[in-house]
Design a protein around this ligand. Structure first.
Ligand SMILES: *Cc1c(COP(=O)(O)O)cnc(C)c1O
Length: 272
């Protein structure tokens, strides 16, 4: 499923996570959206585009010192009106704490807070729309790449077939635990069986593993479907590996959800 094609700027699953957040901000009468991300964040990139499109001010709190020159991702965000606020890696770790958030209010005034990656209840509920877009009784399993697990949380509480998540960050079993905590926090229950596979991180988040980059290039030349190595590349790499190992029952109809994020290719000196 080409969620990367849902919108040219509000890419992939970010569109689904941001839409209900924008609506909640509007209901709350707030005109500024603030969120967090790294310098190549697909989330901040999409948030800046959403702000421009729907008439909100946006503030991107970016992890790490201000660079001498903005990268292509942050240039886009700034050109769409996002104010960029750089914080040290150390300060960034406090991004969910009340004191840190209050200090940001001192600087920027009142804002509607969206957690990093759009990982809140609105984000989860928005991703249920993604499930609703899948034709019923056509597929026997959905597969997707997971960062915060928000998209998966939306799918497993709305889909009618099992779901496999591919964890792109390193850390045995941690994301499965976090998804369970997220479901408990918002009092949501899965409607289907699901699994989170933690062995396909390829060395860690956004590591440019040469094997993975080769896989992405070969896949794109064979199929015409662009992949980036942070999420979708790991997803299709994992699927190829799982198929080779017979992980899925014969005759399974797999639906892989391409979450977009192709702007990030520029961080690897590649283009779509
Ligand atoms: C953000 C992103 C994901 C991860 O989504 P989560 O809801 O955080 O798990 C997957 N793929 C792409 C392309 C993304 O940009």
């Amino acid at each position: 499923m080409r969620a990367d094609l849902v919108d040219p700027l509000l890419s992939g699953n970010k569109y689904f996570k941001l839409k209900p957040n924008v609506e909640a901000a509007r209901r709350a009468g707030l005109s500024t959206l603030l969120s967090f991300g790294g310098p190549w964040s697909n989330h901040l990139h999409a948030l800046a585009a959403a702000g421009q499109r729907f008439g909100f001010n946006t503030i991107g709190v970016v992890r790490g010192a201000a660079p001498a020159e903005l990268n292509a991702c942050l240039q886009d965000a700034a050109s769409w009106g996002m104010r960029l606020h750089f914080v040290s890696r150390n300060d960034y770790q406090h991004r969910d704490e009340p004191d840190f958030l209050a200090a940001l209010k001192q600087v920027f005034g009142e804002y509607y807070l969206i957690p990093e990656g759009g990982a809140n209840l609105e984000g989860i509920l928005g991703c249920r729309e993604l499930a609703a877009a899948i034709p019923p009784k056509t597929f026997s399993r959905l597969l997707l790449a997971c960062g915060t697990g928000t998209t998966l949380a939306g799918l497993i509480t709305a889909a009618d077939v099992p779901v496999t998540g591919i964890q792109v960050l390193k850390g045995a079993g941690y994301l499965q635990r976090e998804v369970n905590e997220m479901l408990a926090k918002y009092d949501l229950s899965p409607t289907v069986a699901w699994e989170m596979l933690d062995e396909f991180h390829g060395g860690g988040y956004a590591r440019a593993d040469p094997l993975l980059l080769d896989f992405c290039n070969a896949f794109t030349s064979e199929t015409g479907v662009p992949l980036e190595p942070v999420y979708s590349g790991k997803l299709f790499f994992a699927i190829a590996d799982l198929l080779a190992r017979g992980h899925f029952a014969r005759g399974s109809h797999l639906l892989a959800i391409h979450g977009g994020g192709l702007q990030g290719l520029r961080g690897f000196g590649m283009s779509r």
